[in-house]
Design a protein around this ligand. Structure first.
Ligand code: FES
Ligand code: FE2
Length: 389
């Protein structure tokens, strides 16, 4: 992947990353520029989002041939689709004529017709017709929207823009070893919510790893379930920038859960109460005794915008328990309330870094996950060829 960052922008971004590393070294939260500037956002795009494996959908969301979803990854529009022969394809959503997006939203289609001049593509992204252009002028054979690498893991679809990326099996192996008990492959999607947030994507990633704030802004929802006091968190780093927290009854007491216990938890700690995991760069996972949840976080058009996609998963057999719909509605409503608790703080974090006088404060021991995430983030940006002048 080559960089499109001009020299001044590279220098600016590199200064921000050096400042971040210096602050983390002194156990201080990240400097304002990493949440604020176009230069850092562009460096992230080049060195993280266009080169790392990214989770873009559940396989069941594109279950039937012709099913598709569209998504923007750091401004790059893509399509994820089930082809007519049952494989999953992912490709850039940019017409080969002038670059207009050929697919919109999600649904089921045999073909996409570009809205501008009606070139059409099959569901795998192959160009199949060019309206009113004779075949002498344009040979259609082998013309295809640029394909992304695709992999599946435990019901999730991952893509990578970089054809030279680390093999998926290598990337996922440490997570498979440590996070297997999330059991997402044994689950189905119960509901999904999309949140447009007015803050940088890293603030959301950090917030989801921040056990310090549970007792304050989430006191009315789940905050009282944690009993952290001065304990060190049950933190395990995974792979490159990932992590796991596994809570027993000494540190977490669940409110009565609505659904039956996940059967595979019996193979792990019998005292298991809840787990929190993160897969670098932008996936956050949570499992308690009855359900599995995940967040994927996507940078918006500006550094202060994020699209956060929430998935709530349950084992197939749970869908047939008594009062399923009302119990699920209870969870849906709870997720909305928790998000509403976080939103004003996330906005305030972004407003803080917009102020030139903002100086970040110390990282506490409850924020070990944030430090781990940002340390790897800084290492990736430093190592990236895109970051070098
Ligand atoms: S831009 Fe798509 S057909 Fe012209
Ligand atoms: Fe929160």
């Amino acid at each position: 992947m080559t960089s499109v960052l001009p020299l001044a922008a590279k220098t600016h971004a590199r200064v921000s990353v050096e400042e971040l590393k210096a602050k983390l070294h002194r156990n201080i939260h990240a400097p304002r520029s990493v949440y604020l500037t176009d230069e850092v956002a562009e460096l992230e795009k080049q060195s993280i989002f266009l080169t790392h494996w990214l989770c873009v959908a559940r396989s069941e969301e594109v279950a039937a041939p012709g099913d598709y979803q569209t998504l923007k990854i750091a401004g790059e529009p893509i399509v994820v689709a089930r082809t007519q022969n049952g494989t999953i394809a992912a490709y850039k959503n940019r017409c080969l004529h002038r670059g207009v997006e050929v697919a919109d939203g999600s649904g089921n289609a045999r073909r996409f017709s570009c809205p501008y001049h009606a070139w059409s593509y099959d569901i795998g992204g192959r160009l199949v017709a060019t309206a009113a252009v004779d075949k002498e002028t344009l040979d259609l054979k082998e013309r295809c929207l640029p394909q992304l690498c695709v992999a599946e893991w435990r019901g999730w679809i991952f893509v990578n823009f970089d054809s030279d990326a680390t093999p998926f099996e290598t990337f996922i192996a440490p997570y498979e070893k440590t996070l297997w008990y999330y059991g997402a492959g044994e689950c189905r999607l119960a509901f999904k919510k999309v949140f447009d947030l007015k803050c940088n994507w890293k603030f959301v990633a950090e917030n989801l790893l921040d056990f310090y704030h549970a007792r304050t802004i989430h006191a009315a929802t789940f905050g009282s379930q944690y009993k952290l006091k001065d304990n060190a968190l049950p933190f395990t780093p995974i792979g490159d920038g990932g992590m796991s927290f596994e809570f027993g009854s000494d540190m977490r007491k669940n409110a009565p859960n609505a659904f039956p216990r996940l059967s595979w938890l019996d193979q792990t700690n019998p005292d298991f109460q809840a787990g929190k995991g993160a897969i670098f760069p932008n996936i956050n996972l949570f499992v308690n005794t009855d359900s599995v949840r995940s967040w994927t976080l996507w940078p918006g058009e500006r550094p202060g915008e994020t699209k956060a996609i929430f998935y709530f998963l349950l084992p197939k057999e749970t869908f047939s328990v008594a009062d399923f719909d009302s119990k699920l509605e209870g969870y849906r409503e709870l997720v909305g309330r928790i998000a509403d608790e976080d939103k004003p703080v996330l906005l305030s974090l972004q407003q803080a870094v917009a102020s030139e006088s903002y100086e970040p404060g110390p990282i506490t021991h409850f924020e070990v996950g944030i430090k781990h995430l940002l340390s790897h983030y800084a290492d990736v940006l430093t190592a990236s060829r895109a970051g070098r002048p």
